[in-house]
Write a protein that binds this ligand. Structure first.
Ligand SMILES: [Zn+2]
Ligand SMILES: [Zn+2]
Length: 288
C-alpha cells in the first residue's frame, strides 16, 4: 500500500507568502490517497489538495475513484468542485461517508457536496457533473470491505471528538502478502483524562496519522475547538501501541519554520515513548 499526502493544512488553504512560508509542510487542506492492490485508489477527504490530485489522475487516464470522507467541514470538501474527473462522462466515483449520531435525514456528505457546488457559491452546479457518482454511508463499528480481484481492504470507523462529529478510519490491507494497517484520525481533540474510541481502533497499527494543530500554549485558549496537540496525539498513540505517529492538520498561522521547530521539540519529548514521530509533508509518499 502506498499513501500520498495531497493536503496537510487544517481549516483553510494557506498559500505560501513571504510572511508565512508553507512550501515544506504544504498549504492545501486535507486530501490523501492510498494506492492498493494492482491498480486501485482510495481517496480520503476532498480538501483543496484534491485539485492537484485530480489533474494528476486525469493525466494518468484513471477512470474509477473511491472516496472516504471523515466529516463535512469545509476544509475537507472544498476541493471537490475542482476535481476535474467528476466533469467527464465514463468516470465512476463511489463515495463513502459517515452516518453520524443525531445527523439529519439523508446523506450528510451528499447534501453538503450539492450545497457547496451550487449558486450563489459556485457556477457549475453539482448536477452538471457527468461522472457516475454513488453515495454510501458508514457507521462506527461497521466493517467495510473493498475488493478488487484477489486484493482487498478492510475499513473500520470510530467516532472522534470534534464539533458536529467526525470519523477516524482504520484501513487494513496487504503488501506483498504482508498485512499492513494505518489509521487516519484528523479533526480530533483527544480527551484530557480518558481514552477515546480511537485508542481501540488504532491498536497496534503500523501508522497513526492524527491531528496536532495546536502548540500546548495555543491549545489552552482553544479547548473544545475539536483539535489536539502533538503531545495529546502521542498519549493516544502510546495507549494504542501504534508503531509510528504522523501529525497533520496544521494551523494556518504556522509557517514552515514554526512547524519545523514544533516537530523537533516533539521528537525530543517523544523519544522515551520509542514511537517514531514526525509531521506530514504535502507531497510525501509513505510505503506501508
Ligand atoms: Zn479540518
Ligand atoms: Zn472539522
Amino acid at each position: 500500500m502506498k499513501l500520498h499526502f495531497w493536503g496537510t493544512r487544517g481549516s483553510i488553504p494557506t498559500p505560501s507568502t513571504p510572511a508565512i512560508p508553507t512550501h515544506e509542510f504544504g498549504g492545501d487542506t486535507t486530501c490523501l490517497s492510498l494506492a492498493w492492490g494492482k491498480d486501485n485508489l482510495l481517496v480520503i477527504d476532498a480538501g483543496s489538495g484534491l485539485r492537484q490530485a485530480g489533474l494528476n489522475w486525469t493525466q494518468e487516464g484513471r477512470r474509477s475513484f473511491t472516496f472516504l470522507f471523515t466529516h463535512s467541514h469545509w476544509d475537507h470538501l472544498q476541493g471537490f468542485p475542482f476535481f476535474t474527473p467528476a466533469f467527464h462522462e465514463g468516470i465512476d466515483i463511489t463515495i463513502y461517508s459517515p452516518r453520524l449520531p443525531g445527523a439529519h435525514a439523508g446523506n450528510l456528505i451528499e447534501r453538503s457536496l450539492h450545497a457547496q457546488q451550487s449558486e450563489p457559491f459556485f457556477p457549475a452546479g453539482f448536477p452538471q457533473l457527468r461522472a457516475q457518482i454513488t453515495f454510501h454511508e458508514i457507521q462506527p463499528d461497521h466493517e467495510l470491505k473493498l475488493a478488487s480481484g484477489s486484493d482487498s481492504l478492510l475499513i473500520w470507523a470510530a467516532a472522534l471528538s470534534h464539533p458536529g462529529g467526525c470519523l477516524a478510519y482504520r484501513i487494513d490491507g496487504a503488501t506483498a502478502g504482508q498485512k499492513r494497517s494505518f489509521v487516519f484520525a484528523t479533526d480530533h481533540e483527544p480527551p484530557a483524562s480518558s481514552l477515546s474510541p480511537l485508542t481501540q481502533l488504532a491498536q497496534e497499527t503500523d501508522l497513526l496519522i492524527s491531528d496536532g494543530q495546536y502548540t500546548p500554549t495555543e491549545y489552552k485558549n482553544r479547548t473544545g475547538w475539536g483539535h489536539g496537540t502533538p503531545e495529546l496525539c502521542l498519549r493516544e498513540a502510546v495507549a494504542a501501541r501504534a508503531r509510528r505517529l504522523l501529525i497533520t492538520h496544521f494551523d494556518p498561522t504556522h509557517s514552515d519554520s514554526t512547524l519545523a521547530s514544533m516537530e523537533k521539540e516533539f521528537q525530543k519529548s517523544a523519544h522515551s515513548s520509542h514511537i517514531p514521530v514526525s509531521f506530514a509533508r504535502q507531497g510525501q509518499t509513505i510505503n506501508l
